[in-house]
Design a protein around this ligand. Structure first.
Ligand SMILES: [Zn+2]
Length: 233
């Protein structure tokens, strides 16, 4: 199916049906967490700790396992031309509707998410939502009901109800609001703009002699003993 056909059908159908082969997943996110937008130079790089991406995946997948779409908002801070993601916000409760091809966050909850972020000294940087199938495009409904409308805001689409984690950001659909229109970023653009930082690492120095085993006849191992440094974000 061509993109044009897909758009036409999606526009006609509103929220897309759950029939097989129809993988469009418009998401209704009414309201805006950043109603007042300061005009600023575009962000050149968003730094996303792996731990935050992992947490987002866990939250989205929980709903995905129930066969419904889900969404989270990633918040952080801007530092000059760069921004750092520091928090994941999961909307829930009676004001949020999860369906097979549809997730709707009520305006009260959207406003509450904005208040929570501001309370932490953070701003909304990107939204993430799931689609049922492999299609990670932005439906017209996705275009019209993003959770924020600020210039440069990012929208990530996780395929297959977030059944699997991702290694590289381009495995998600990456869309950006520019001059009031949503643009799909290609893999190179997505990777250049969103830097997933490995926030947890085991680091060792190769070639260091193993430590002697404690006690006599302790059965010293030939295996090297790594010099271990574990970094927690
Ligand atoms: Zn969608």
């Amino acid at each position: 199916m061509s993109d044009r056909e897909r758009e036409r059908i999606t526009a006609r159908g509103g929220k897309h049906g759950g029939e097989r082969g129809d993988e469009r997943a418009p998401t209704l996110l009414r309201g805006d967490v950043s109603p007042t937008t300061a005009t600023a130079a575009p962000v050149r790089a968003y730094w996303v700790p792996r731990a935050i991406l992992q947490r987002a995946w866990e939250l989205l997948r929980q709903d995905g396992l129930r066969g419904v779409e889900s969404t989270v908002l990633l918040g952080g801070r801007r530092f000059g031309a760069e921004a750092v993601v520091m928090a994941v916000v999961y909307p829930c409760g009676a004001d949020v509707t999860h369906e097979a091809s549809f997730v709707h966050v009520g305006s009260n909850t959207t406003a509450e998410m904005g208040r929570w972020l501001r309370g932490e000294g953070l701003t909304a940087l990107m939204q993430v939502h799931t689609h049922p199938g492999a299609w990670t495009g932005h439906s017209p409904t996705d275009d019209d009901f993003s959770i924020a409308s600020s210039e440069g805001f990012l929208s990530l689409v996780w395929p297959q109800y977030a059944a699997a984690p991702v290694q590289h950001i381009e495995e998600l659909g990456v869309h950006q609001l520019r001059d009031g229109r949503w643009h799909a970023l290609d893999a190179q653009e997505a990777r250049g703009l969103i830097r997933v930082v490995e926030s947890d690492a085991m680091v060792w120095t190769p070639g260091i002699a193993p430590r002697p085993a404690r006690g006599a006849g302790g059965g010293a191992s030939d295996a090297p003993v790594p010099h271990l440094v574990r970094t927690i974000p």
